[in-house]
Design a protein around this ligand. Structure first.
Ligand code: ATP
Length: 206
């Protein structure tokens, strides 16, 4: 039975914090394959500094460059808004019911799982795995949120947690640095810094 890891994000741009949690995830869950899924953003929701789907895809390829990761445009290829639950269903059709799914979420995101579309169905289709940066949210807070909000799923082991050394970077900070002409060293892969410069991404306002 193969284990598939799934990591979705806006990746605008992908950075070394993303790579850090993805690497911890592969190790923690002993994954056989790991899919990186850039989100499609509907045009009416797109911020002015959102890079195109194509640019975000290329930057993901440069960030998650080694053979353990597969960049999957499944949401970009679908028309309109994508719900995680639909992506998981489509992936189940691709890999078969026996494949075990592990869905990675940042600790800050996990605390909003009940606001997602069909969270219980997400938890039926995949084990939700959260990388804990203790600088942000404690493991106790995450466990008590999961236990309180999804008691049955929590009891059945549909949540897993692993701790990671925090890498203090966000896409927002990367875009801010580009606008103010600061170096991106240590925040993104060197190839991504080069790509941003070559394509003139994120130089505008906001
Ligand atoms: P933005 O700053 O634009 O909000 P972001 O840096 O949070 O973006 P996303 O693409 O929205 O990036 O994040 C995808 C996932 O990665 C989320 O689950 C988020 O919690 C997680 N994540 C983002 N930055 C880090 C980091 N430095 N360390 C660990 N997890 C992170």
């Amino acid at each position: 039975m193969a284990k598939t890891g799934i990591f979705g994000g806006t990746f605008n741009p992908p950075h070394l914090g993303h790579r850090n949690i993805a690497e911890g995830f592969v190790a923690h869950c002993s994954l056989d394959r790991m899919l990186i899924i850039p989100a499609a953003i509907p045009p009416h929701k797109a911020a002015p500094d959102l890079a195109s789907a194509e640019d975000r895809l290329h930057m993901c390829e440069k960030t998650f460059a080694d053979g353990r990761f597969t960049i999957d445009p499944i949401e970009l290829n679908r028309q309109g808004k994508s719900y995680t639950v639909d992506t998981l269903r489509q992936l189940k059709q691709r890999y078969g019911e026996n494949d075990e799914f592990y869905f990675l979420m940042g600790d800050d995101m996990l605390l909003y799982l009940d606001k997602w579309y069909e969270p219980r169905e997400i938890l039926r289709l995949a084990t939700v795995v959260s990388a804990v940066r203790s600088s942000r949210v404690s493991l106790e807070d995450l466990c008590s949120y999961a236990e309180r909000t999804f008691p049955e799923e929590y009891r059945n082991g549909r949540f897993q947690f692993y701790e990671i050394p925090p890498v203090d970077v966000s896409s927002t900070e990367v875009r801010r640095r580009v606008r103010s002409g600061e170096s991106l060293e240590g925040l993104v892969a060197p190839e991504v810094a080069q790509y941003i410069a070559d394509r003139g991404l994120y130089h505008g306002s906001t």
